[in-house]
Ligand binder design. Structure first.
Ligand code: AMP
Ligand code: MN
Ligand code: MN
Length: 322
């Protein structure tokens, strides 16, 4: 079984590198650190390589060990977490491509299964929740530090247990950690409620710019390179902004277009409240994600990108009855 193979590869490897998707969110960073803590218990000193991530996650146990480059040019084993496709390992793919063996642990339903061993649970609400079952199988002790990382990932991807996909196990695990002394409300504050001033500046811009389509059921806003120049280019300052668009009364689908330097286009972050499967839309443009949260790259000027994504979403929305 895959988990036996994964354990065997970890035990065999002399050098291990752990990687996650570009513009990493809390689930990506926390999954990486969780795997680092777990393999430590198996006697392995793995490198977590994340070239750019938000300083918001620096409180996570082990975050001080995160490297922007690997210690070795090539590793015996590369483990990718919270990443559905090799394309999304931007800046780290060389470590994956040159590793002797590769493992992917993930929860994205649209998944290219790009590793030698792929452990993917497409219904888990966070990659960190997938790790729980794996660690239990390996006999890893989920102590307060490891548990804090795992829970931080779950809190990020479930919006603090709000979004679909939360299971009884999610709460059972959270309850177990509460017993171990993890402060869940503090963790929620650190991961979700800790806005930078730049984030608030972005919010202001977005509120001014929201455009509604489809009888107010589709809402779109954007951030340009000029905005990033003026406000902040720090990774993380523009995280989670799309949620404020989805929260608006009557909105079923929300889109935030973020212009990406040197690409000639925009990254689209999409969210839906309920029925609309935005991952289907992401997939049409070579991206992906989950039913209610997905992303993709849309080439072109602002007008071109906006028109493209709006027309694709409207086509998709026509399939539903609201
Ligand atoms: P984001 O809008 O960047 O917060 O992403 C929402 C969800 O979609 C996350 O689970 C991402 O991992 C996933 N996602 C975003 N962009 C892509 C992409 N280009 N390809 C595949 N999945 C993506
Ligand atoms: Mn993620
Ligand atoms: Mn995730």
């Amino acid at each position: 079984m895959t988990l036996d193979n994964i354990l065997e590869e970890i035990k065999k490897a002399q050098t291990i590198v752990i990687l996650c998707h570009e513009s990493p969110d809390g689930d990506a960073v926390a999954s990486s650190l969780s795997v680092m803590h777990a393999v430590k218990q198996l006697g392995k000193d793995a490198d977590v390589v994340i070239p750019k991530y938000s300083k918001v996650f620096n409180f996570l146990p082990g975050a001080d060990k995160i490297k922007d480059k690997g210690r070795y040019e090539s590793y015996d084993l590369a483990i990718a977490v919270d990443c559905s496709d090799l394309k999304r390992l931007v800046g780290e793919e060389e470590y994956f491509e040159t590793a002797k063996k590769t493992i992917e642990i993930d929860h994205h339903s649209v998944n290219s299964m790009f590793a030698d061993y792929n452990y993917v649970d497409p219904v888990a609400p966070a990659c960190c929740q997938v790790l729980i079952a794996m660690f239990e199988y390996f006999g890893i002790n989920i102590d307060k530090e490891l548990g804090t990382c795992i829970l931080a990932g779950i809190i990020t991807d479930t919006g603090g247990f709000q979004w679909g996909g939360v299971t009884p196990e999610t709460f059972e695990f959270a309850a177990e950690l509460l017993r171990k002394g993890v402060n869940i409300s503090k963790l929620c504050q650190q991961v979700l409620r800790n806005k930078t001033k730049a984030h608030c500046e972005f919010e202001k811009l977005i509120y001014e710019r929201i455009e509604f389509y489809y009888n107010g059921k589709l809402a779109v806003a954007y951030l340009t390179l000029e905005d990033y120049q003026k406000i902040s280019k720090d990774s993380g300052d523009d995280e989670g902004l799309v949620d404020m668009i989805r929260d608006i009364e009557g909105v079923e689908v929300a889109v935030l277009l973020k212009e990406k330097e040197g690409t000639g286009g925009f990254k689209a972050s999409m969210r839906s409240k309920d029925q609309v499967n935005v991952s289907d839309i992401g997939l049409l443009l070579g991206g992906g994600g989950h039913h209610n949260a997905a992303g993709c790259f849309v080439p072109g000027t602002l007008e071109q990108s906006k028109n493209k994504i709006v027309s694709l979403i409207i086509q998709e929305m026509n399939k539903y009855s609201f």
